[in-house]
Ligand binder design. Structure first.
Ligand SMILES: [Zn+2]
Length: 311
């Protein structure tokens, strides 16, 4: 089967944008955040302004070069994801981050004492610190996400994220608050223990926004060899497949390296399998609520565990 863009008449400019949008955003976003912070702009304003601006860029690209035109048609999901994103990505972190730091403070201090000082290599070049942070954050988050698929109680809450019936940049933010709290804990676990500092954490948030948008965006992007490193675009589309044999894979947050290491890498086009395009996405349950209050309640209602989602 040909990939979708192979069957389209595309201009040279289209082909160039397909290949450079992700790497440009990946480099540009943490760079802009770094420059703003150096200019004395607050952490909150630097991070949120860049992340919102980046989302606008992805939205424009979705309108002009969609992967699937039908995914640009609203499914009544705008306000669900607006509320969900505000709760999960703006309000919850304000409360949860200090709680997690306090919870892990004792262990972090004990570890630092064992090694005679802070474990975080603050003297490394910033780019090296950023790469290290991506590796350690993804190590925890990979297992957090994998357990969210394999432990029925966790799946009840994570199913909300998989309930989206189309993929576009906006539904990167869809998450039940309990699921978001679990994911945040697993993602921050090693960075807090190691004592990663504020500047590199802000740049990391920028990278995570680029990867989050790229995972869910409805843009016909081509990544080529970057699929060896990043779990975005095609790889994450498979993670949203309605067929759980496909979607129980590709768990990395930004990186695909732990999926390759632990045997959950799934990319049919590169693994020589016949199906090269993801089919229907979402949950098997056709009655799964699509409004925010319904999704808040859904994990507590009997009959919505993973056995109902298995083909
Ligand atoms: Zn998932």
């Amino acid at each position: 089967m040909k990939s979708m863009s192979d069957t389209k008449q595309t201009s040279v400019l289209y082909a160039v944008v397909q290949r450079i949008l992700f790497p440009l955003a990946l480099v540009g976003t943490p760079t802009v955040i770094y420059v703003l912070l150096e200019q004395g702009v607050s952490v909150a304003l630097s991070t949120y302004a860049v992340v919102v601006g980046l989302g606008f860029l992805f939205w424009l690209a979705e309108l002009t070069m969609p992967y699937r035109r039908e995914w640009n048609t609203p499914k009544g999901d705008f306000f669900t994801d607006l509320i969900s994103g505000t709760v999960a990505y703006v309000i919850l972190p304000i409360f949860l981050r200090p709680v997690y730091i306090a919870l892990l403070a004792g262990l972090a201090v004990w570890l630092a004492a064992q090694f005679g000082g802070s474990l975080w290599p603050s003297d490394w070049p910033l780019i090296a610190q950023l790469v290290l942070l991506m590796l350690v954050a993804d190590a925890g988050r990979y297992w957090g996400h994998r357990l969210a698929h394999e432990v029925p109680l966790l799946w009840r809450f994570h199913a909300v994220h998989h309930s989206a019936q189309r993929l576009w940049w906006w539904n990167a933010t869809r998450a039940h608050p309990v699921d978001k709290a679990w994911f945040m804990f697993t993602e921050l676990f090693f960075p807090i223990l190691l004592g990663a500092d504020g500047m590199v954490l802000s740049m990391y948030l920028g990278v995570t926004a680029v990867c989050g948008y790229s995972q869910h965006c409805n843009i016909d992007l081509k990544l080529g060899p970057l699929y060896w490193i990043f779990n975005v675009v095609e790889l994450h589309r498979w993670h949203h497949s309605k067929d759980v044999r496909q979607s129980d894979n590709n768990y990395g947050n930004n990186l695909i390296v732990y999926d390759r290491l632990f045997g959950t890498y799934y990319h049919p086009e590169r693994q020589g399998q016949p199906q090269e395009q993801v089919g229907t996405i979402g949950l098997i349950n056709p009655n799964y609520p699509q409004n925010y209050l319904g999704q808040l309640r859904a994990p507590f209602i009997n009959g919505l565990d993973k056995s109902d989602e298995t083909i």
